[in-house]
Design a protein. Structure first.
Length: 406
């Protein structure tokens, strides 16, 4: 409890948006799996760049360019430190989706007929569609490891799918629809035992818990700034240096080159080899400020706070009539549920009238929803600034949903 109270004292006052009203009610923001809110420290870091040293990077010898370059490269170091990566192993992209597409087109297009890609049935579209499309181009095959009715991975089935023909295994660390936590370390060991690469979609884990690239033992990790207090338009692809050095760039142009002639091009060193053109400089600087903020609090404390909120929310929702909760007992701070026969969009609209922001729909996991026989769910997702009082408001507002649709 002390940790929870300490977190709330430190954080809520830092988020300007949490002080606003929606439909005359205080905002309860429970849509953090979609995107997080931003503290003043991040907003001010972005403003300071534009007000004081706005310039392009790596291309000028004037003071502003040097300052912008230093801040941009420092953001790479902060992202590396966050997950225990080495210099050159952090590539900035637009988001998790672009990071996964970079892999699909840089590695996936090297596949041949007979090669296999293993995914799980619970993947976000961003970790399904790119591999699906690459498999069509290369005439390779995608296999899906089954999940049970709670969204938990069937490890026995997963292991049976990984063979000597498997070239890539790609899976979410935490599933965004039901909050299941996959054993990606064990999955990586199985993948490597058959000579396959392990790709981890960590969009829902890196913002919420300590993640170590070396401890997970995976080859690639993808995550996004906007889900961890940072700005939109900036994402991360971590890759083992040995693997990144073998890969061809995804995009070509300025800054990713070392030397160009009319006949040939030599690519730049890592990570710039994969960062073509003018990047999202302000986004990277804001992201660096977000990492500083999270590291000051401690991701272990963030995780403990979210776990306490999730336990409390599961208990409250279990007391509510006609509320069916989906997902495993052991989960991250994501709870998907439905209220009787009420369509998730209708339920979310009424909750919005009470100032409560949740997500409703298929959560970019249409195949999973179809497998589960669901048209969608209402999803509440928590972060370090959420409170038990907000969960109480959510539970009380569900009574109004029932009254409207009884």
């Amino acid at each position: 409890m002390a940790t929870t109270l300490s977190l709330l004292t430190k954080t809520r006052k830092d988020f300007p948006i949490l002080g606003r009203n929606v439909n005359g009610k205080p905002l309860a923001y429970l849509d953090n799996a979609a995107t997080s809110q931003k503290p003043r420290q991040v907003i001010e870091a972005i403003s300071a760049y534009y007000e004081n040293y706005n310039a392009n990077i790596h291309r000028g010898i004037h003071r502003l360019s040097e300052e912008a370059t230093a801040a941009y490269e420092e953001a790479h170091k902060k992202a590396a430190g966050l997950i225990g990566a080495r210099e050159g192993e952090i590539i900035f992209t637009k988001n998790t989706t672009e990071s996964l597409n970079l892999l699909a087109y840089s590695i996936g297009l090297t596949l041949r007929p007979g090669d296999e890609i293993v995914l799980t049935e619970a993947e976000h579209h961003s970790n399904l569609v790119p591999w699906q499309q690459v498999a069509k181009i290369t005439q390779s095959q995608v296999k899906f490891a089954q999940v049970n009715e709670k969204g938990e991975l069937d490890m026995e089935h997963f292991q049976s799918l990984v063979t000597r023909n498997t070239r890539i295994v790609a899976a979410a660390h935490v599933t965004n629809a039901f909050g299941a936590i996959n054993p990606v370390k064990e999955m990586a060991e199985i993948a490597h035992s058959e000579g396959a690469l392990m790709v981890v979609d960590a969009a829902q884990s890196v913002p919420h818990m300590p993640v170590s690239a070396s401890q997970l033992g995976c080859d690639f990790i993808a995550f996004s700034s906007h889900k961890m207090l940072g700005p939109t338009g900036i994402g991360v692809l971590y890759g083992r240096k040995s693997e990144l050095e073998k890969m061809h760039p995804f995009l070509y142009g300025g800054d990713m080159i070392k030397e160009v002639s009319y006949e040939e091009t030599k690519f730049n060193e890592l990570p710039w080899k994969f960062e073509a053109g003018t990047p999202n400089i302000s986004g990277a600087i804001g992201f660096g400020a977000a990492i500083d903020y999270l590291c000051k609090i401690g991701l272990d404390s963030v995780q403990s706070h979210e776990q306490a909120l999730t336990r409390h929310a599961l208990k409250r929702l279990a007391e509510e009539k006609d509320v069916l909760v989906y997902g495993p007992e052991k989960r991250a701070g994501i709870i998907s549920f439905n209220i009787g026969n009420v369509h998730p969009h209708d339920a979310a609209a009424i909750l919005d009238m009470e100032g409560i922001a949740v997500r409703a729909g298929h959560h970019c996991a249409m195949p999973l929803m179809k497998k589960m026989g669901l048209q969608g769910t209402v999803r509440a997702s928590f972060y370090l600034y959420n409170t038990k009082a907000e969960i109480g408001r959510l539970a009380e507002a569900l009574e109004k949903v029932r009254k409207v649709f009884k």
